[in-house]
Design a protein around this ligand. Structure first.
Ligand SMILES: O=P(O)(O)OC[C@H]1O[C@H](O[C@H]2O[C@H](CO)[C@@H](O)[C@H](O)[C@H]2O)[C@H](O)[C@@H](O)[C@@H]1O
Length: 265
């Protein structure tokens, strides 16, 4: 398993332009595999987890890009697989969900880590406790649970403390995952970096160099793997984020425009 625990110590602000990297993809389509995060990367951030808008042409453009790369395009997300799938239906992509804790390869086979029996009770207690914090949303993702404070930032301290407590109760098989106005408890045994490595061990990804594209702390794990393997990493950010990514792009909208251009090329 990949060490994705390092944060700022080995970080540097990405300075290259992600646009050049993505244009390179079509010059040598047999060389690259592209891994896309979803929220904040392919899709704009919204006030609530269910409030996102998936642009009409996004799935179609990803499918076209994927065809140009002989299928070597995958989604790597913090969302649960069924939720992420319905965002792109009827298009179906190889995908890793829950920050790498579940993964469906090109063949359709699904790998999942299994939670302990107490996890359902833990999620119920958390939802009950969070009901006292107006605006805090608890997102039950099956093998993981997220507490969102985007609509109630004043409760950040309480949410952080509660999630640390529940993580301890869940035991060492689980870890805390911080993100954009969210704290999650997720299985510890996998990361987005592990998911990327697993994809690269299989067709049609095997033998290709990875390009990992994301916008958040959880994506740093796949950036490290992409960098280590000689690929590229692109962080979507409108500020100089603390990142190990080797390049940046300004926004999800900018990325979608590039994908559309590559899909039509
Ligand atoms: O790995 P990702 O695909 O980027 O998913 C990360 C988390 O995304 C979602 O939460 C984030 O997006 C919401 C909608 O824009 C936003 O309201 C929230 O504040 C963000 O944290 C999703 O709800 C989580 O389950 C994912 O882990």
């Amino acid at each position: 398993m990949v060490d994705d625990t390092k944060s700022s110590a080995d970080a540097h602000a990405g300075t290259s332009d992600g646009t050049d990297i993505l244009h390179e993809v079509l010059n040598q389509p047999g060389k690259w595999a592209v891994f896309f995060d979803i929220d904040g990367t392919l899709i704009d951030i919204a006030d609530t987890p269910d409030g996102i808008v998936v642009p009409d042409d996004l799935a179609e453009n990803l499918t076209r890009l994927s065809a140009k790369l002989s299928g070597a395009v995958a989604l790597v997300t913090g969302r649960a697989l069924p939720y992420a799938d319905q965002l792109f239906k009827p298009h179906v992509f190889p995908i890793a969900g829950l920050h790498g804790a579940e993964r469906r390869s090109m063949s359709g086979a699904i790998e999942r880590v299994t939670p302990g029996p107490d996890f359902e009770a833990l999620k119920a207690s958390l939802a009950e406790e969070a009901a006292a914090w107006p605006g805090v949303l608890v997102e039950d993702k099956g093998l993981a649970v997220a507490a969102h404070y985007r609509q109630a930032p004043t409760f950040q301290g309480q949410v952080e403390a509660a999630m640390e407590r529940y993580r301890e109760r869940a035991g060492s098989d689980f870890t805390l995952q911080r993100g954009k106005m969210v704290v999650e408890i997720r299985p510890a045994r996998a990361s987005k970096g592990d998911a990327l490595r697993a994809f690269l061990s299989e067709e049609p990804f095997a033998g290709r160099l990875p390009i990992a594209i994301g916008d958040d702390v959880t994506d740093e794990a796949m950036f490290r793997v992409a960098n280590k393997l000689g690929g590229h990493s692109i962080r979507i950010s409108d500020i100089a984020a603390d990142t190990v990514a080797s390049a940046t792009l300004g926004s999800a909208a900018e990325l979608r425009a590039l994908i559309a251009k590559l899909a039509a090329a």
